[in-house]
Design a protein around this ligand. Structure first.
Ligand code: TYM
Length: 338
């Protein structure tokens, strides 16, 4: 197995990033490296320039997300941890894949529609071709599995389409240039929703801090955010089907289930019939206890810039080595003279 995944260095790491993706990175890292496979986890700093950004903040934000990922349990001795900008092969392969990606495929990407909003003409070209860079990110390493949240599924389907068309057009069936990657989406935490609106995903770009739990929120802040989380007046049902049509209640119960590593049914067996007055403090306590060690490690590590830079440099070295053969094959398959 070859595991590859990334995260953008915009804003803080939140509970959706953690439960939807990073916790799976940690689990897979243990399993896969024990079996002789490899893991590549990167900070998608090249993706971050697709939206207006503050250049003076980007390096700091990249280091901070790297520290957060390591605080969550990604082990830089087991996995390669790096940022894209230190591995030029990402940008190079993106250009090569631009020849294969079709305008029609790109036009269907919902993230571009969401992020460009009404100002399509004013959006950057990078925002439009963002999913091609994402395809390059995973195809470069022959990823077999990509642990992500539900919102990245469409981008990974595109990566498969690009790989398939490239293999078809420029390689033989016996000797393909790219492996088709499979997304790995955790069933219980595929889509963690905003605490203010159970129909919108928890996101770094939501202007309301109350909409998300950041991994380094202090216990009082977490408690306050959970207490103020939007709910309905009904008590919790004792069976999962009773959560239908109650998105906020479903979200809080799913968060509890995911953190406690229980099923939604088990959580409801415990709390069914209780009101949120009882459930919310229990959820807040669970979160505080679970996230405390992560937040402590993060606060320590982020002070040590030198150590983070050394980790990223080492990871980038491993990544450049791993990426070189595939990049060379892609150039050669396209008939480029080098
Ligand atoms: P990003 O930085 O938005 O999010 C990082 C990871 O967190 C997951 N995630 C969520 N999961 C569940 N519920 C949520 N509310 C939630 N919010 C975020 C995302 O699905 C993701 O797995 N384009 C990617 C970064 C990227 C990438 C890649 C990922 C660049 N290249 C190659 C995988 C493979 C992004 O912006 O993720």
């Amino acid at each position: 197995m070859r595991i590859v995944s990334g995260i953008q260095p915009t804003g803080n790491l939140h509970l959706g990033n953690y439960l939807g993706a990073i916790r799976n990175w940690v689990r897979l890292q243990e399993q896969v490296t024990a079996e002789g496979g490899e893991c590549f986890f990167f900070i998608a700093d090249l993706h971050a320039i697709s939206m207006p950004h503050d250049a003076s903040q980007l390096a700091g934000a990249t280091r901070e997300i790297a520290a957060a990922v390591i605080a969550c349990g990604v082990d830089a001795n087991k996995s390669a941890v790096f940022n894209q900008a230190q591995v030029p092969a990402h940008a190079e392969l993106q250009w090569l894949l631009n020849g294969t990606a079709r305008m029609g495929w790109m036009n269907r990407m919902t993230q571009f529609k969401d992020k460009s909003g009404k100002n399509r003409e004013g959006a950057s070209v990078a925002l439009f071709t963002y999913p091609v860079l994402q395809a390059a990110d995973v195809l470069l390493y022959q990823a077999t599995h990509v642990p992500v949240g539900e919102d990245q599924k469409q981008h990974l389907e595109l990566a498969r389409d690009i790989a398939q068309k490239f293999n078809n057009d420029f390689a033989s069936e016996e000797d393909p240039v790219f492996t088709l990657p499979d997304p790995m989406i955790p069933p219980e935490a595929a889509r963690i929703m905003s605490l203010r609106d159970g129909t919108a995903k928890m996101s770094k770009s939501d202007p309301s801090e109350m909409s998300r739990i950041n991994l380094n929120d202090d216990p009082d802040t977490m408690l306050k955010k959970i207490k103020k989380a939007k709910t309905d007046p009904e008590p919790l049902p004792s069976e999962a089907k009773g959560l239908e049509g109650r998105p906020e209640a479903l979200n809080l119960v799913s968060i509890y289930a995911s953190v406690a590593e229980k099923s939604v049914a088990d959580v409801l067996a415990e709390f069914g019939g209780e009101g949120f007055g009882k459930f919310k403090p229990a959820l807040a306590e669970l979160l505080v206890e679970h996230l405390r060690p992560i937040s402590e490690r993060f606060n320590e590590l982020k002070k040590d810039e030198e150590q983070i830079d050394a980790i990223l440099a080492r990871g980038a070295f491993r990544a450049r080595e791993a990426a070189a053969p595939t990049l060379a094959n892609a150039y050669s398959a396209l008939g480029l003279l080098r």
